[in-house]
Design a protein around this ligand. Structure first.
Ligand SMILES: [Zn+2]
Ligand SMILES: [Zn+2]
Length: 244
């Protein structure tokens, strides 16, 4: 609930909580040396598809192209009102925020789906380029388009989905930045550390682009967790990252 105690940079685990060390000491890199190395032959075919860098980067092309196509179809073919189309797009974009939390907490971390296995791989090797196979997302979108817009000619569905897909692309970009780039901005750093704590304590801090839903659902990292060991086999390494 909203009354959960929230913790920022001052409440981070281990040495991250030492104000004398921040900045420049901020970045935590998580590796798991005890589990199978990434690329094991036993991993599922889908997971191996998800692990290729070509797939990773191409998803940043295919998804935006799908978004443009949906907006084109909505505006030009269905001739929907631009005002309502825009509102619908905005609604879809906002809905992604909650979907991101729901997927991460209850799909990526639960069950035995390929999404769960792929996300486990991400936790084992946080810097590996892993993404949902681009053609799976495109296939789902193509089916939605064919049934809802092409056959049934529903208005404002495509623009709503385009908004959600835009949120999905934004999530992918922000997650990439978390693990591969560095920004000085204090607000951003809190978000980044929020995600790094999730890599150490996998039952808290599910939000990647926002911390809001963790506050709402009471899954924000709390100081008491410091007493608990991090996820099995996970080693927290603190890497010194000098400010430019
Ligand atoms: Zn991550
Ligand atoms: Zn996770």
């Amino acid at each position: 609930m909203l009354n959960e105690t929230t913790h920022d940079l001052d409440d981070l685990p281990g040495t991250l909580s030492d104000p004398d060390l921040m900045p420049p000491l901020e970045v935590a890199i998580y590796r798991n040396s005890e589990k199978q190395p990434f690329g094991d032959s036993k991993e599922s075919y889908l997971v191996s598809l998800a692990s290729g860098s070509v797939n990773y980067w191409f998803s940043f092309v295919s998804d935006p192209l799908t978004i443009l196509f949906f907006l084109f179809w909505e505006a030009v073919v269905l001739r929907s009102s631009i005002l309502i189309l825009s509102l619908s797009f905005g609604g879809g974009l906002l809905s992604w925020s909650l979907l991101e939390y729901v997927f991460h907490r209850w799909v990526y971390h639960k069950g035995q789906t390929p999404a769960h296995v792929g996300h486990e791989k991400h936790h084992e090797t946080p810097e590996a380029l892993i993404a949902m196979p681009w053609f799976m997302v495109t296939a789902v979108m193509a089916n939605l388009w064919y049934v809802l817009a092409c056959r049934l000619q529903f208005h404002f569905i495509l623009s709503f989905v385009a908004g959600s897909l835009t949120g999905f692309v934004f999530y992918g970009l922000v997650h990439h930045v978390h693990h591969h780039l560095y920004f000085k901005n204090q607000r951003y750093r809190k978000l980044r550390v929020h995600h790094f704590i999730h890599h150490q304590y996998t039952d808290v801090n599910f939000g990647v682009t926002t911390r809001f839903w963790d506050h709402v659902f009471g899954t924000t990292y709390r100081k008491e967790l410091k007493k608990r060991a991090p996820a099995d086999g996970t080693h927290l390494l603190i890497d010194e990252c000098k400010l430019p």
